[in-house]
Design a protein. Structure first.
Length: 548
């Protein structure tokens, strides 16, 4: 039998295909060209971005939406450094991703080759593994190891540097590993499950606070079962949002402040007690904390726990559901009604702004118009500060995996790259970027990538001609004349997208936002709606204090 000879770039593509990868995201570079050759031969799609940060963000979104590995291919030197922010964002959000970085030929290391620099040590603090492939024969093995490391345990990004001569070297009859990933879920601790069930059963005001691990562990179904059977109020954040529809009798959002303050038992599932909840200080001090997380370092972070369980959310919630005594739901009915009353009060306060048709448009009215124009299956991408924070309070989500935002790093610029990946994966779904005007400027050129690659997405920009989330506190602290570096020009971002070859319009009447969004979706083109919003709304109304 004749030998099958492949070069390193082809080995990479074959190994990625074996992992179920459908596409790579990239910005072209000479050091990584052999990988493109391999992708072409293996039928992997090559989707290109206008900046390496965007390519890495797109790979991030691909991973989130598939619960698999997202792959970015970036060239050496400045290509790798451009991608660092995207890698850091994925690391903080625990997103499984493989970044392949080009590098100078091994024989020229230390001689001053083009774009030569130390890359693996640069990426090591923000990856689960950072290494150089020095032998072409080991490419399949190291790609397999990278994907295994990225997806198991606490997910996260991996960086592999591949020198150009390794990518071009020929290998005969390469060996591709198979059956090397663990398939079982976490082994449970029955004693901890029973103890957690006793704590919840004895509580009077329990709540569930769940986050992204609900999505990654495909635990939305069991969370709903637990809520149905036991009537425990549920609060969701990050990619956990949508795991319970807003119509569910124990789904809450706006009353989180009072729930945290009054609860006596909190089941924390797959979300850290970080800055978003006052490092745990927002939760009633005497309350018992039960924490489930894949990451053992998060157990007990910032707040002592009564019970800490390391493992996947679905297995632990299934076991906890079975261990909890039946009939607990009726016992919590009074607590649920108390929270429902607070929820209704806060909703009424918020709805005053949602129905306000005055100009300039306020943030809540902006969010309400979006909610009125989308369907339950729309993929929403939040890329901004105040405008996204407020929109998230208004727009209901009826299924998980429909809301993407940067995560705990708070990285701006994910909008267009996330949308590119989302539309590639789900061409029949509506994909909407909710963008601030500041964040548009970071990777807005990737709307051109969407247009060129016929992946039509819609972007709506809340334009306050400034970095509103930073300007507000500065104005409050120092006055409007001492708020440096927070002003922007009132740019027509709709015309920017039109210049790329898309469509756009400016909307100044709040009643016209929803119709404009419907036109945008019906156009089947990349479309930008620029909406001037009130730059002083958050300051003069205290709107950010309406809910937590």
């Amino acid at each position: 039998m004749a030998q099958q000879v492949m070069i390193g770039g082809q080995l990479i593509a074959r190994a990625l295909k074996n992992e179920g990868v459908r596409a790579v995201f990239t910005l072209c570079g000479g050091h990584v060209m052999p990988i493109y050759l391999g992708c072409h031969g293996e039928g992997l799609d090559i989707i290109d971005n206008r900046h390496e940060q965007g390519a890495v963000h797109a790979a991030d979104a691909y991973a989130r939406l598939t619960r698999g590995v997202g792959v970015a291919v970036i060239t050496a030197g400045p290509g790798v450094t451009d991608g660092v922010t995207g890698v850091a964002n994925a690391y903080q959000a625990s997103v499984p991703m493989l970044v392949l970085g080009g590098a100078a030929e091994l024989r020229f290391i230390g001689k001053g080759a083009l774009q030569e620099m130390e890359q693996t040590s640069l990426l090591r603090p923000i990856t689960k593994w950072s290494a150089t492939i020095t032998q072409a024969e080991r490419i399949p093995e190291m790609i397999a190891a990278a994907c295994r490391i990225a997806t198991t345990g606490v997910p996260g990004p991996v960086f592999l540097e591949v020198p150009f001569d390794v990518l071009t070297r020929q290998v005969a009859d390469a060996y591709f590993p198979t059956s090397y990933k663990p398939t079982s879920r976490t082994q449970l601790d029955p004693e901890s499950i029973e103890a957690a069930a006793r704590l919840i059963g004895a509580a009077e005001r329990p709540i569930v606070f769940a986050g992204s691990q609900i999505w990654w562990d495909d635990a939305a179904g069991v969370l709903r079962t637990l809520a149905d059977r036991h009537g425990i109020p549920v609060y969701l954040n990050a990619m956990g949002r949508g795991a319970l529809p807003p119509t569910h009798p124990t789904a809450f959002s706006l009353s989180r402040k009072i729930a945290f303050r009054k609860t006596d038992c909190v089941l924390v599932v797959g979300t850290p007690l970080d800055f978003r909840v006052g490092y745990g200080a927002a939760i009633n001090l005497p309350a018992k904390i039960i924490q489930i997380d894949r990451d053992p370092s998060k157990i007990g972070q910032n707040r002592p726990v009564a019970i800490g369980m390391v493992g996947d959310a679905r297995s632990n919630l299934e076991a906890l559901d079975q261990a909890l005594p039946r009939g607990t739901g009726t016992r919590f009915a009074g607590w649920v009604e108390e929270l429902r009353a607070d929820e209704a009060k806060r909703r009424a306060e918020q709805e005053k702004w949602e129905k306000d048709d005055s100009r300039p448009i306020n943030h809540y009215r902006f969010g309400r118009a979006i909610a009125d124009a989308i369907d339950d299956d729309t993929i929403l991408i939040g890329d901004g500060g105040d405008i996204v924070a407020i929109a998230a309070k208004v727009i209901p989500l009826f299924a998980p995996g429909r809301w993407l935002d940067p995560g705990p790093l708070g990285c701006l610029g994910v909008g267009a790259p996330f949308a590119l990946a989302a539309k590639y994966l789900h061409p029949k779904k509506k994909v909407l970027v909710i963008s601030g005007d500041g964040s548009f400027g970071l990777n807005g050129f990737d709307f051109e990538s969407c247009i060129r690659q016929k992946l039509p997405v819609v972007c709506i920009v809340g334009n306050d001609a400034g970095w509103g989330q930073i300007r507000g506190p500065q104005v409050m602290l120092m006055g409007p004349d001492l708020a440096p570096a927070t002003r922007l020009a009132p740019t027509r971002y709709d015309r920017v997208v039109e210049a790329f070859g898309g469509r756009g319009e400016q909307v100044e009447d709040p009643r016209a936002i929803a119709p404009a969004l419907r036109r945008a979706f019906e156009s089947d083109e990349t479309y930008c709606i620029n909406v001037p919003i009130d730059p002083d709304f958050m300051i003069k109304t205290g709107a950010s204090k309406l809910s937590v």
